[in-house]
Design a protein around this ligand. Sequence first.
Ligand SMILES: [Fe+2]
Length: 636
Amino acid sequence: MGAALSSEAASCYGAEAVGKSSFDAKNAAGLPPSSAKAQLERRAPDHESLILDPRNGDAEDDVSSPKQKSLLAIAGSLLAEISLTKLLLAWIASILLPAAILGLVPLAATAWIGGVFSRLVDLSEIGAALALLAIVAAGWFGWRPLFRAAEANFWALNALGVQPGYALGREAIRHLMERAFKPRGGTELARMRAMSCAGAGVLLAIIAALAALVAWPHTLWIGSASDLVIAHHLIAPTIANATVIMSAYLAAASLIWGFADASTDQPLDLAAFDPAPREARVWRVAHLSDIHIVGERYGFRIESGRGGPRGNERLRRVMTCLEAEHAASPLDLVLITGDMTDAGRSGEWAEFFDILGDHADLASRTLILPGNHDVNVVDRANPARLDLPFSPAKTLRKMRFVSAMAAFGADRLRVMNAGAAAPGLTLAASLAPQRQAIERFADQGGLRLSNQLARLWNDLFPLILPPAEEDGLGVAILNSNADTNFSFTNALGMIPVGQANKLTAAFNRYPSARWILALHHHLIEYPMPVAAFSERIGTALINGSWFQRVLKPYAERIVVMHGHRHVDWIGACGALKIISAPSPVMAPDSKPTHFYIHALGPGAGGSLALMAPTRIDLSADGEGGSSNPQPSLRGA
Ligand SMILES: [Fe+2]
């Protein structure tokens, strides 16, 4: 079996040659001749005779790595490699077409009204009454699609341009302020960030209003049938119309969002953990994130290149440590908050199943959720490659994830339907009618199936693991990845309004329950200085502040768990406790890593208590993990 072969190879060869330097591997040759490890070493070429030891990788492994290359260097190679045809098509499909449709709607509406009324005046009284009835009927059926088209394209442009534009402006101003005034952190940093939000709101409102003023002379709001016939005359006015609509919206929204963000609770380090309840139940949750599994034994990760780990040995050690912890005191949940794979490739998922397949009991308690590396990385070897918005390759990565997720908890997780008051079918039951379509699509691809399955994906989240008792602990799983097409934007996050509505409906269904809210992205920037602006803006949850306000009425009953930035932080925004997981693998093989097992319990007044976690350290020497019972609010 693949799993057995893989793990055996890792323990006798991979653990030495993958997990350690070639010096260590050479020393291992001194082991007894009967050792399988020594036999493999004898068959391997002498490391010192190799000009290039392929196990150490080379420059090709750093090609997309922001840790090994400057952003300028990556941008340069991107410009050289990019497909201009695809870029043009993506721009037309994502921006030009939605803008043209949005700008055309007022012209089409006024042309239709004008045409109808000019005919009405020519009719007799009865004829006019009948015509009016016909107009009402036509309007009932005809206007709805028109307004729906306008609405859909408005929100598409909002998601693509307005909200990211606001978030970019806000974070840029915050970053400049922090650079200029160097606040010491804590409440001082929080106050400066709040003030920066208000300032950014005003500034962006002014810029957006100016853009609307510049575009206004080119707009055309009242059309006629003859205008609509000459299509090429409409290009400039429809784009100008859309620019004015979106700029006016950005101007008003920036002011509202800016002041709302300024008054939202800013994140602070957690003041103290809750005391352990005397008799009440405690839930033990192992929180893993960003394990970035690679599909090759010696493979390097996109993000770290040769500055990070090779292969998947560290994850095997994580699982061994978890087995020991689970044997000593059973775990209720192993939660992996995204980026299970480095690029969502089949070979990476195969490794994931091989590794978890060796730990059946832990696997049965595991839940996973999608990270940007699982669904948004277009090509791990070519940062310039982009997906078209309707690309089947995007859907294929999503279906690989759906298939993997269904292997963990498909009978326990439930799907929330839009408008429903309670969780509905299990994930297994929801996917059953689509199973053949998913298999056929994975085998043959195709646009029609891709569109069908993309809708399935959009309706799937949040997934709900309902609490066992009315006042028990539930788990809500979100998809926080923005629907991006491009390597540069693959790490951006966005919570769709529909997903937030379904989530609050689930919270309302269980008014006494406590919740782990699991997603990949951080809600809000951490309360410590950020080194690189690109990291700050390139990885953000665009509407995180808004989402935090959505959660506020439920905050005392929730602990948010996420990953994404590999930052070890436990804190709170007001009453909302937030845990950001470090990556237990993303460090060079020579450096230690760690992760946490959290203890949650019923708190006072129906709240969810967060007790001091157990920190599990993984040493660099490959000798397995060690448990450190000291509580830690912020790791090394
Ligand atoms: Fe990520």
